[in-house]
Design a protein around this ligand. Structure first.
Ligand code: 5AD
Length: 380
C-alpha cells in the first residue's frame, strides 16, 4: 500500500498555482513500487479526466537535417561530418503530407534542424500549399527564428509550434548549447504564444549535469509557460557528439517526469515520444501512455532520407512504412483498452468559448501583440 503521504503531495501539486519545489523533488525521488503505482495511477486519472482516453496522432515530416547549431547531445549538430545532409523539396513535402492525410491523420508536424538557409518565404509557401489542399493542422518545429518570421508563418496558416527548452536550468542550458542563449529561447516561446500559436515546449531527461532540482525547475517552467503541448523524453547518447560516452536517460525517471507533467499541466497534449520507444531497443511507449501521455507521432519522412534524421541512434519506427506504424499504434492503443483518436486535437483551451479564436487567428501589429490574445503568462 502506498502511504497516504504521497496522495496528499500529489493533490497539492495538482491544485497548486505553482507547485512547491520540495513537493516536486519529493515525488521525483520516489522509488517504492506502491508509491510509483500511486503516482502513475494519479497521472492516468488526471489524463482521462482532462484529455480523455483517445490517443492523438501527429504525422511528422523531418524535412531537413541541416543544422547550424552544435548542441552537445544532438546527432544533427553541424560538427557531425559523418552525416549526409538533405532537404526535401516542396513537392516531396506535399507528397508526404498527402500520405498523412490519406492515413486519416489531421495534424502535420514539419520538423527540421536549425538551418541558416531555410528561407522564411519558402516555408511560408509550403505552409500555404498544405492549407490550400488539405484540412489538417500544421505544427512547426524549426527552431529559433525572428518574430516576423513566426508571424509570416502563422499568417500563412501554421497553427502550432514546438520549441523544447531541453533544460530550464540556465547554467546547464549554456553548457549544452554553445553559442545559443536561454534568453533568446524564452523570447521565441513568448513571441509564439503572443502570436496566437498553440505552443509546445519540453525537456530531455538524463542530461549530464542535470539534477533532480533542475527537473523540478523544468516542471515549474512548464506550469508557468502554460504550454499547450509538453514533450518529455530521455536523452540517448549519439556517437558523433561530445556526450557519446554518457549514459542514457533513465526510463523510470522519464516516466515520473511525464506523470508529473500531466499532474502539473492537466490539459497539455503530451507525447509518448519516439525516444521512449527507442531507449534500450524496446518500445516503452505504452508505459508512457499509462503514465499521463496521450499523443503519438508516427514518422512520415520518406525513404531513403528518413534514416538521415539522426538525432540519436536506434530511432523506433524508422524501418516501418508509415501505414504499418499507424497499424501498430492502433494495436498498442487497443491492447491498453484505449483507441486512436483521429481528431485534429487542438489545445484544450480552444474547445470552450474562452479566450482567443482557435486556429487561424494572428496578431497583425505590435499593438495587437501587446494586447496579448494568448495563453502565456509571458505575455501578461
Ligand atoms: N536524445 C534524445 N533526444 C534528442 N533530441 C536531440 N538529440 C537527442 C538525443 N541525443 C531531441 C531534442 C529536440 C528534438 C527534436 O530531438 O529534444 O528538441
Amino acid at each position: 500500500m502506498a502511504s497516504p503521504g504521497i496522495e496528499r503531495v500529489l493533490e497539492r501539486i495538482h491544485a497548486a498555482e505553482l507547485p512547491d519545489f520540495a513537493d516536486l523533488t519529493f515525488v521525483l525521488r520516489v522509488a517504492d513500487p506502491a508509491e510509483l503505482r500511486a503516482l502513475f495511477g494519479f497521472a492516468d486519472a488526471v489524463r482521462r479526466e482532462s484529455v480523455g482516453d483517445g490517443i492523438l496522432l501527429r504525422g511528422i515530416i523531418e524535412f531537413s537535417n541541416v543544422c547550424r547549431n552544435t548542441c552537445r547531445y544532438c546527432g544533427l549538430n553541424r560538427r557531425n561530418t559523418h552525416l549526409a545532409r538533405y532537404r526535401l523539396t516542396r513537392d516531396q513535402i506535399l507528397a508526404a503530407v498527402q500520405n498523412i492525410c490519406e492515413a486519416g491523420i489531421k495534424t502535420v508536424v514539419l520538423q527540421s534542424g536549425e538551418e541558416d538557409n531555410l528561407g522564411a518565404d519558402w516555408l511560408t509557401e509550403v505552409i500555404a500549399g498544405i492549407g490550400r489542399s488539405l484540412d489538417a493542422a500544421v505544427t512547426l518545429c524549426v527552431g529559433e527564428r525572428s518574430r516576423e518570421e513566426y508571424r509570416a508563418w502563422k499568417l500563412a496558416g501554421a497553427d502550432r509550434y514546438l520549441l523544447k527548452i531541453e533544460t530550464s536550468d540556465p547554467g546547464l542550458y549554456r553548457e549544452l548549447h554553445p553559442g545559443m542563449s536561454f534568453e533568446n529561447r524564452t523570447r521565441c516561446l513568448q513571441d509564439l504564444a503572443v502570436l496566437g500559436y498553440q505552443t509546445g515546449s519540453g525537456n530531455l531527461v538524463g542530461l549530464v549535469g542535470q539534477t533532480i532540482e533542475s527537473l523540478a525547475g523544468d516542471l515549474r517552467f512548464f506550469k508557468q509557460g502554460r504550454f499547450d503541448m509538453v514533450s518529455v523524453s530521455p536523452f540517448i547518447p549519439h556517437l558523433q557528439t561530445p556526450l557519446a560516452t554518457e549514459p542514457a536517460g533513465d526510463l523510470m525517471m522519464t516516466l515520473k517526469m511525464i506523470a508529473l507533467t500531466r499532474i502539473v499541466c492537466p490539459n497539455a497534449h503530451i507525447p509518448a515520444s519516439t525516444a521512449i520507444g527507442s531507449l534500450h531497443g524496446r518500445d516503452e511507449r505504452p508505459r508512457a501512455l499509462a503514465a499521463g501521455a496521450n499523443v503519438i507521432m508516427p514518422n512520415f519522412t520518406p525513404n531513403p532520407v528518413r534514416r538521415l534524421y539522426d538525432l540519436y541512434p536506434g530511432k523506433t519506427g524508422c524501418d516501418l512504412p508509415p501505414q504499418q506504424s499507424v497499424a501498430a499504434i492502433e494495436r498498442m492503443a487497443a491492447a491498453m483498452g484505449r483507441g486512436v483518436d483521429y481528431a485534429r486535437g487542438d489545445a484544450v483551451r480552444l474547445k470552450g468559448a474562452s479566450g482567443c479564436d482557435p486556429s487561424r487567428s494572428v496578431a497583425s501589429s505590435d499593438a495587437d501583440l501587446a494586447k496579448g490574445q494568448c495563453n502565456s503568462m509571458y505575455a501578461n
